[in-house]
Write a protein that binds this ligand. Structure first.
Ligand code: DOR
Length: 424
């Protein structure tokens, strides 16, 4: 395997504290040296002048739809979309058909991921059988098969007793449970945030409290059990404040937020635009600002896409019937750069912390840093180049995005996995 020398780039690696011009030498898939100037000595040069060189992005929350809904996405199309977005690792969520609730499905996704070969595909198994919220899965089997976490995402585990037992059980394996925090009774029938816009449009709303009551309950259960709870796709100010307090008390609580909740509000639903129909729903400006503040002060650990592709015929239905979810892998970085870095709310180093360094702390494994000895999973980014979002050009089969027509900053120009150029 030839050595590769990335020359002249600006290296941003929060894990090692590096934020400046450096060359990077890659040997046998690993970072061999990071120094201001490294002679080529036969290594294959890759010019990164004027570009940022960052650890490959790691998405904690990707719906790949395989098995069962390959018309929406496959492991292969999802991996290709991930590469275009600068991701070198993605975590497949368990709301497939059948659900990822036994070893056979975990093996299938790992096998497909290896066959595609470009992106590392990790698997999040289900907490309950069939994600039906009634009976726990065999955690030992799922972790033994390589699951990095468990979740019933798409639905909450609403039974408090079952969640208590699940936290106790997962604690034995020192792995997190990812909760889709939404009280099903409070959210029942809702299609968007409950507020002024839902009232004006005559749509049934989902109150913020549908999220925060479950966040509060699960923080209490994490305290009771000593288990590790990770909250997916936070959307409300109340949830951020509860997690801030839980972290102050030293509880094992982590969480993520999506690029769309950081950049949009319920106003984006406009005239019944199903491209803004997501779960949890886009909320108010006050919630959006609280999510950004949570990112800035460390309450929110990670940014995760919640890439949730759907077919055109489903998304183009009336607002009540259309499914929740948007295609997020290809726009995540651009939305974050445009919403957070350009206005000076986060530095590049802080952003890469949320998109790469911190996710690896949740799921473990390769990547997340460019220190010597680490896997050479790398994204090269042109930070000033801009592009206009055209969902028809997405590689993902999901072609719906509330960012259609928006001009975003930050273009991924090269992706390496284990030192090999794989994209975008
Ligand atoms: O918008 C969403 N779509 N939120 C979820 O939690 C599930 C996801 C999906 O699977 O479509």
């Amino acid at each position: 395997m030839a050595k590769v020398l990335i020359k002249g780039g600006h290296v941003v690696d929060p894990a090692s504290g590096r934020d400046g011009r450096s060359d990077i030498l890659i040997d046998r898939g690993k970072i061999a040296a990071v120094q201001p100037s490294i002679p080529a000595n036969g290594a294959k040069p890759l010019d990164a002048t004027g570009k940022l060189v960052v650890p490959g992005l790691i998405d904690l929350h990707t719906h790949l739809r395989e098995p069962g809904r390959e018309d929406k996405e496959t492991v292969e199309t999802g991996c290709a979309a991930a590469l275009r977005g600068g991701f070198t690792t993605i975590c497949a969520m368990p709301n497939t058909t059948p659900a990822i609730d036994h070893r056979g499905v975990v093996d299938l996704i790992h096998q497909e991921g290896r066959r595609c070969g470009s992106v590392s595909v990790r698997v999040v198994g289900a907490i309950t059988r069939g994600r039906l919220g009634k009976e726990l899965t065999d955690f030992g089997e799922l972790f033994d098969a390589g699951c990095v976490a468990l979740s019933d995402d798409g639905d909450a585990v609403s039974d408090g007793f079952l969640m208590r037992r699940a936290l106790e059980y997962a604690k034995v394996f020192n792995r997190p449970l990812i909760q889709h925090a939404e009280d099903p009774q409070l959210a029942a029938g809702g299609v968007m945030h409950e507020g002024l816009v839902s009232t004006t449009l005559g749509l049934r709303g989902i109150p913020s409290e549908a999220e925060s009551v479950l966040v509060a309950r699960d923080i209490a259960l994490a305290e009771l059990t000593g288990g590790w709870i990770h909250f997916a796709h936070l959307s409300s100010e109340g949830s951020v404040e509860l997690i801030r307090q839980a972290k102050r008390r030293g509880l094992r609580v982590t969480c993520e937020v999506t690029p769309h909740h950081l950049s949009l509000t319920h106003e984006a639903v406009g005239e019944f635009d199903t491209s803004a129909k997501v779960n949890p729903p886009l909320r108010t400006e006050q919630d959006r600002l609280a999510l950004i503040e949570g990112l800035r002060d460390g309450t929110i650990d990670c940014i995760a896409t919640d890439h949730a592709p759907h077919t055109d015929w489903e998304k183009e239905a009336d607002f009540d019937s259309a499914p929740f979810g948007i295609s997020g892998l290809e726009t995540a970085l651009g939305v974050c750069v445009t919403t957070l870095v350009e206005p000076g709310l986060l530095t590049w180093s802080q952003l890469i912390g949320k998109l790469s360094m911190n996710p690896v702390k949740i799921v473990g494994g390769d990547g997340g840093t460019l220190s010597v000895g680490a896997a050479a999973d790398i994204a090269v980014i042109d930070p000033t180049a801009t592009w206009t979002v055209d969902p028809k050009q997405f590689i993902s089969k999901g072609r719906h995005s509330p960012f259609a027509g928006r001009t975003l900053a930050g273009v991924v120009v090269k992706v390496l996995r284990h030192g090999v150029e794989v994209g975008p």
